[in-house]
Design a protein around this ligand. Structure first.
Ligand code: NAP
Ligand code: GLV
Length: 313
């Protein structure tokens, strides 16, 4: 089994080392420009077009992330980047779901218990008890009920707030009120107090976090965006904070990453910024999952996480 690897960052050597250990029978090599020698599988993160284009030999491409928006954007900009017969396979959970649940639960509870406001009061040395938010109307709405969204929704629901979930196809998730399809989008949003975004970034979902969406939420709602920066119309968020329609936002992802030093989000006290760390890609779990799927494909078995290129996720 011949495996090509590409990752343009400083961690590449550590990943290669772990793949070599997990796939001890495989002939594993790091792709270099000009390498067109045969390969069965490719493992990539943000690969250049010339690595994959025209490779009829590849049996699958493994994306080192849950989101495939970057590699599919490359395909849209330069059609033919992805070999037509090699399925694109993404990471499924690999330890990201519990991290995402921790991050979102922390942010939801911070807003429920008004810790963001107590932090501001402390900066002013003010000793003041605020009226608590009523839990039964502190409705949390999770956009995306996939591997991450469903786990997040169920984790948050354990704290007793009403939790809703929104997906493309109808879903049943225990303890969650579910809504599916565009026709149900407004019903899903209606009165939501905390909107959590865990949609994939596709042509259908880009800019979904906008003035219209915010206007359907409860007044003084909160936004938690942990999916992609391209989901958010940044100027609309600032307007919604200025008008009071949104009370605060926690953002882990941005249109431009790293967030530029002069970006207004850094200065806005009602916005909490984190550097795309809500669910880190864990090397051990990811290598194990990919190696296991390669071996399954080699035996002729089906595997999960195959991306529907048309749908974009
Ligand atoms: P997933 O399993 O593919 O789930 C995607 C969910 O979104 C599904 O429920 C899907 O509906 C729904 N969806 C997609 N398009 C939709 C549309 N147009 N309308 C309504 N619902 C739609 O993905 P995942 O593994 O949970 O990951 C979600 C995203 O999280 C990734 O794509 C990535 O961008 C982001 N992420 C961020 C971080 C970070 O550190 N910030 C880490 C990992 C992942 P169906 O169920 O009907 O298909
Ligand atoms: C990280 O953002 C991922 O998509 O895995």
């Amino acid at each position: 089994m011949k495996v090509l690897f590409y990752m343009a960052n400083a961690e590449a050597a550590a990943w290669l080392h772990d793949f070599a250990r997990a796939l001890s029978q495989a002939d594993l090599r790091e792709w270099q420009p000009g390498d067109t020698a045969p390969a069965d599988f490719a493992v990539v993160w943000r690969p250049p077009r010339e690595m994959l284009a025209g490779r009829a030999d590849l049996r699958a491409i493994f994306n080192l992330g849950a989101g495939v928006d970057a590699i599919l954007a490359l395909e849209r900009e330069q059609p033919g980047t992805l070999p037509p017969n090699a399925p694109l396979i993404r990471l499924e959970d690999t330890g990201m779901a519990p991290q995402m649940a921790e991050y979102v639960t922390h942010a939801v509870l911070r807003y429920l218990r008004r810790f963001d406001e107590y932090e501001a009061l402390q900066r002013e040395r003010r000793w003041q008890v605020l009226d608590p938010h009523p839990r039964d109307t502190f409705t949390v709405g999770v956009l995306g009920l996939g591997v991450l969204g469903a786990h997040v929704a169920q984790t948050v629901a354990r704290f007793g707030m009403p939790v809703r979930g929104y997906s493309r196809s109808a879903k049943q998730v225990e303890g969650i009120t579910t809504f599916a399809g565009e026709a149900r989008f407004d019903a899903f949003l209606d009165g939501v107090k905390v909107l959590v975004n865990l949609l994939p970034h596709t042509p259908d979902t880009a800019n979904v976090l906008n003035t219209r969406t915010f206007s359907k939420l409860a007044h003084g709602a909160y936004l938690i965006n942990v999916a992609r920066g391209a989901h958010l119309v940044e100027a609309d968020l600032l307007d919604a904070l200025a008008s009071g329609q949104l009370a605060a936002a926690t953002l882990d992802v941005f249109q431009q990453e790293p967030l530029p030093p002069d970006h207004p989000f850094w200065q806005e006290p009602r916005i909490t910024v984190t550097p795309h760390m809500s669910a880190l890609t864990l090397r051990e779990e990811s290598v194990a999952q990919i190696a296991q799927k390669m071996l399954a494909l080699d035996r002729g078995e089906a595997v999960g996480g195959v991306v529907n290129i048309e749908r974009g996720y």
